[in-house]
Design a binder for this molecule. Sequence first.
Ligand code: ADP
Length: 374
Amino acid sequence: MATLLIVDDQQLNIQTLVAGLSSTNFTIYSTTRATQTLMMAEELQPDLILLDVMMPELNGFEVCKRLKTSPTTADIPVIFVTALYEQVDKLRGLEVGGEDYITKPYAVDEVAARIRVHLALREKRLEVEKLRRQDLAYFERLNQIRDEILDQMKHDLKSPLSSIKISLHLITRLCGSADPSVIRHISRADAAVNEISHVIETLVEIAKLETGRSTQFRYVEILPLVQQAVQLFETSAEAKNITLKLHQENLKLKQTVYVDPDQIASVLRNLIGNAIKYTEAGGHVTVTSQFESNVLQLEVTDTGHGIAQENLGRIFQRMYRIPSEQDIVEGTGLGLYIVKSIVDSHGGEIRVASEVGRGSTFTVLFPQPEPAGV
Ligand code: ADP
């Protein structure tokens, strides 16, 4: 059974309405004190409020505004009641959140019908809201399950992979000066294991980035972060006879930045990894980090294959690989997509300049909060 609250400074008006609605099965509460409306609505939680506009203590619009700003009463529909001779700004009533107007003198049947319409609408609204909340909880749970499966998969696949790696290492040692072709096969198998590990890491990283829940900002020293990322590639650069250099410009020794350090490390890993991957022996890769005008700038330049202008707009797309590179260099087409997602989650910017046959420069910019006290 629906509950109504009637607010009117004239007791007679309330009595007329109550009498008119007596054939309905509404439970009706009333007050002649506009100032009591909010308190009564909070306590009674009526399904609908009939609110007189012209009242001496507080006008109906003001009462409605208060109802709509209180979280416990905001959802209760309000129908304004005005007399035909009262000059009322109806637009204002709708602006403060009122649902409808009834003008006196009224036909009680019409009032009852309008009340029913608004009650039905409210019920539907609450139903939709409930479904929306259920959907959100459902999606949240699905994401959680997906993360759990991915973490489990990562764990279950990584342990046998590390066993394979250790075994390959032992076989290399046992073989000693065996046939070079055996060693070549072993090192190929080792590279394949590395590639699988990389793909697993990438898939888990993407899943977490796409649910938008993985970015965890904190203040960190940038220099060690960049140095570690460069160090990671020293061996592979050397093996390919590529010089890998780090430049620091305008960076104080203990310069801190506000970023997600794991994600910045991932950006650097992907950009430096690509630079080495797409550069031939004898080439150069340079990583530059600088901090200027409150922007952290990281730049990776190579003297590699370069990228044709027509492909520049597509390389950040999920799983896009330049067709001419596909058969020559291993890859997933996900690295730059990850970089772009991370840059976006930091409110940053990514730029690329490239020339086929001469090389590429990828620049990522991370704006930083103003230093305190400036
Ligand atoms: P992947 O390297 O796994 O294919 P990415 O998303 O990292 O995927 O890169 C997308 C494509 O952009 C690559 O396939 C490659 O063709 C091109 N690319 C990326 N970085 C470079 C680079 N430094 N030099 C030349 N081409 C690059």
